[in-house]
Unconditional design. Structure first.
Length: 313
């Protein structure tokens, strides 16, 4: 549905996007993450045919961004991180205006407006002025707007930006519903933990370069590789410091350190050792009382912080 080959945007000597190549299949939900100024928005604007690249190629639904802008705009829904609303319009008037721009006419237009309002749970605000909506409601209105023409591809740039926790949860659930409908979604976000529940693939961009592109599982394996091996968290209560000292002596262990946040000992295994079952076995054999034992979770925040360096263009 989306394919980029050496897509590049250059401003003078500055590469905002530098030879980016990726491919999204139908039904993919692609988490596009990176530091501020890394090139996420520039990439999305090029895919939406709102910004011409300096060179390289990209196709959306089989259409080139150079020659198929009309076809692409019919096939996509692009939601920027900030978008304007018309102050003197009611919610239904706002959506009907954009439905008319998509050439949805007559009774079908009103039907579509009601459908998308129900979809984003804004039906009870249909007669409210758009200026009276909260930030979360405004974001849902923006999502309703891009769904009017039932696009197959969605480009969502920071859809949860500036939202309170409840509004972020509501936006996340809406995106989950869209995933179930097999929409192809490119989603940029800084709310990193929430992406894991939504995305099946990830792209990490830094200083305009795509430094990782693959599945969430592949990203986790990359982090383990960069860290040198697997890690486990074990707790023996008040004897954690003693346990850490004992575990450091084992040949399989690269390091054992107290993790105050987890209330446990973080045990990193040496490269080539994957089985951590010996950790509780040996502690119990030495008469430690085991409180908990689990493999350290690698979430998207760990992936992001391990792979990136915080460099912007």
């Amino acid at each position: 549905m989306i394919e980029c080959r050496d897509l590049t945007k250059k401003y003078g000597e500055l590469f905002a996007v530098d030879r980016l190549s990726l491919k999204l299949a139908p039904g993919d939900v692609y988490g596009f993450i990176g530091p501020n100024g890394s090139g996420k928005t520039t990439t999305m604007r090029m895919l939406a045919t709102l910004l011409n690249p300096s060179w390289g190629e990209a196709t959306v639904c089989g259409h080139s961004i150079y020659t198929g802008s009309k076809e692409i705009r019919r096939a996509i829904g692009y939601m920027p991180d900030f978008f304007g609303v018309y102050d003197d319009m009611k919610v239904t008037e706002y959506l009907e205006f954009f439905a008319a721009a998509y050439r949805i006419q007559g009774a079908e237009r009103k039907k579509k407006v009601e459908q998308v309002l129900d979809y984003v749970d804004l039906g009870y605000k249909r007669d409210a002025l758009v200026t009276s909506l909260s930030r979360g409601m405004t974001q849902r209105l923006g999502l309703a707007r891009v769904l009017l023409h039932d696009p197959q591809v969605l480009l969502l740039d920071e859809p949860a930006s500036g939202l309170d926790p409840r509004a972020r949860i509501e936006m996340r659930e809406l995106i989950k519903r869209l995933r179930q409908e097999q929409k192809t979604i490119m989603l940029s976000s800084h709310i990193l933990p929430e992406l894991a529940e939504i995305c099946n693939t990830l792209g990490i961009i830094e200083r305009g370069k795509l430094i990782f592109n693959g599945t969430v599982e592949e990203a986790e394996n990359e982090v383990r590789k960069l860290r040198g091996g697997r890690a486990f968290l074990v707790s023996v209560g008040e004897r954690n410091a003693e346990a850490a000292k004992k575990l450091t002596a084992f040949k399989e262990v690269a390091g054992a350190d107290l993790d105050p946040k987890a209330g446990a000992v973080r045990v990193a295994l040496r490269s080539g050792y994957d089985d951590g079952s010996f950790i509780p076995e040996r502690l119990i054999a030495d008469r430690f009382k085991l409180h908990s034992f689990r493999e350290e979770e690698i979430n998207i925040e760990h992936i992001f912080l391990t792979i990136t360096k915080g460099i912007t263009s």
